[in-house]
Design a protein around this ligand. Structure first.
Ligand SMILES: [Mn+2]
Length: 343
């Protein structure tokens, strides 16, 4: 009797995770977080390359397109040093946060297609409003954890992590128009994969806060499987927390994803990126994924196509596409011929 009661209690405490079979796609045609033209056309380019159809081909996946976020807003001078287009970044992220919250409340995985990486502020804000215990895996060549004091460029796409972790609040000045943001996400719930271009103060931040981090040299040393498993185990030893992946296409090697604004050689192979996503999918805990920094205006037609294909392959792997193939559901046999004559 007592044993039975203990068993029932354990069952109800240990939530059984299953991959969610419903996704909601949100486009964010926004590029004011960096200086180059073109990132804002990525959602349209991904859709016309067949992103939605590719996701719908995944076994049993229910895909709803929520359309694009309205990224238009007046440019205000907020008198914050070394932060370009701050009011526009803030407005876009506010709307994006609300949309991501809605997708998750609709019981779908939020798939956000950027846009530059400044939109990670809104996707994480919107996600943690629903899943307070989420962990964040930032897959990127860069750490994106500069403040306006440490940034060389003033571009906000190099600052989203610093903007979204609460431990950084006293490294920032007052940021007008950011009142909508719930600054509750902790840097203790963050891990990095794919780093190979890290500024000095970014490295200092990673060390100071002991952020679990698999830079490319660690991935070369240990392999992608051990690397992602190390990040997942460190952030969430009991396998019980929802996962948010913010995937910058520049994490992938510039040879395989050339159409991006800050390409760096020596990155993840496409196969490593896909393998990592298959492992994350298998946890059953993926609840939000961002795909950012594809810039179809950079490179030639071949570069553009290769980069978009890489991005779609990464999303497919995260959402359950199997490279082994999938047999048709509920079909026990191959189709037989009407003609009964045997060969
Ligand atoms: Mn990035």
């Amino acid at each position: 009797m007592n044993l039975c009661r203990v068993f029932v209690r354990n069952m109800s405490q240990g939530k059984k995770w299953q991959p969610l079979k419903k996704v909601g796609v949100v486009g964010v045609p926004f590029e004011k977080g960096q200086k180059k033209y073109g990132v804002s056309v990525a959602p349209a380019a991904l859709r016309s390359a067949g992103l939605l159809e590719a996701l719908r081909e995944i076994d049993d996946l229910d895909v709803k397109d929520y359309g694009d976020i309205d990224t238009s807003s007046p440019e205000l001078d907020l008198h914050v040093k070394n932060m370009d287009h701050l009011s526009m970044v803030s407005n876009c992220n506010k709307r994006l946060s609300e949309q991501v919250t809605q997708v998750l409340k609709d019981d779908r995985i939020a798939v956000t297609i950027g846009g530059d990486h400044s939109i990670g502020v809104g996707t994480v804000d919107g996600h943690q409003k629903v899943n307070k215990d989420m962990i964040l895996i930032w897959v990127d060549a860069h750490a994106d954890i500069n403040t306006n004091k440490t940034s060389d460029s003033g571009s906000v796409h190099g600052m989203p992590v610093a903007l979204l972790v609460k431990e950084f609040s006293h490294y920032w000045p007052y940021l007008p128009t950011f009142e909508w943001q719930d600054l509750v996400f902790s840097i203790k719930s963050l891990g990095y994969i794919g780093l190979r271009s890290v500024d000095q103060y970014e490295r200092l931040a990673i060390q100071k806060f002991n952020v679990p981090c698999c830079a490319m040299e660690d991935i070369d040393e240990n392999g992608i499987k051990n690397s992602i498993q190390y990040i997942l185990k460190t952030l969430d030893p009991t396998n019980s927390r929802p996962i948010h992946v913010s995937f910058d296409i520049d994490s992938v090697d510039a040879l395989e994803a050339p159409s991006t604004g800050t390409a760096v050689r020596g990155g993840l192979t496409l196969r490593e990126a896909i393998k990592m996503m298959e492992i994350i999918h298998a946890t059953g805990r993926l609840r939000a994924i961002d795909l950012v920094e594809i810039n179809p205006a950079i490179g030639n037609e071949n570069d553009r196509k290769r980069t978009i294909d890489a991005g779609i392959s990464v999303l497919k792997a995260a959402l359950g596409f199997s490279r082994r193939g999938t047999a048709p559901r509920g079909v026990p046999d191959l189709p037989v011929q009407d003609n009964t004559t045997k060969r």
